[in-house]
Design a protein around this ligand. Structure first.
Ligand code: SF4
Ligand code: SF4
Length: 148
């Protein structure tokens, strides 16, 4: 595998390994509306039940002992309306830009290395959707102020 040429990926049926990794599931305002509509409840009801919001980002609340409130034994309970980061994995900027990171991720994701070859330009374009969706996660840190 050489990320300079392209990447292979095909999500494997029945797998939920990425959903079990330690971490947070962030969502956009559109993600929130889509997931709420999928469950047939209002965005406000959805947010009250499932979301932890700070001024710059939103994420799912973690149930005790689980990483995501929608992870069931049978798979993702909101699969057609899952958040952007779930939909785009493993085409995340930090993974498609680093051969080492992509290889490391292959240890947890059995879909990496499978399926058709995806040109690196296409993978980077897909990954850029992450940057647009989650500016608070990908924006460069503010420069420190200098004392005069
Ligand atoms: S770990 Fe990979 S193959 Fe498994 S569900 Fe996630 S993306 Fe699909
Ligand atoms: S929302 Fe669905 S795809 Fe995303 S982490 Fe939860 S169970 Fe997995």
């Amino acid at each position: 595998m050489n990320p300079a040429d392209g990447l292979r990926f095909a999500c494997q049926p029945g797998c939920t390994r990425c959903c079990q990794q330690d971490g947070f599931v962030y969502l956009t305002e559109d993600d929130l509306r889509r997931a709420a509509a999928f469950l047939g409840i209002s965005p406000l009801q959805f947010e009250r039940r499932f979301v932890y919001r700070t001024p710059r980002r939103m994420r799912f609340r973690k149930p005790r002992g689980r990483q995501c409130p929608f992870l069931l034994d049978s798979g993702c309970a909101i699969h057609p309306a899952k958040p952007t980061q779930c939909r785009l994995f493993p085409f995340w900027p930090e993974l498609v830009s680093s051969r080492q990171a992509w290889r490391r991720t292959a240890h947890l994701c059995p879909g990496i290395g499978q399926g058709p070859l995806i040109q690196i330009g296409t993978a980077i374009e897909t990954a850029s959707e992450m940057e647009h969706a989650y500016p608070a996660l990908y924006a460069p840190p503010p420069k420190p102020l200098h004392n005069r």
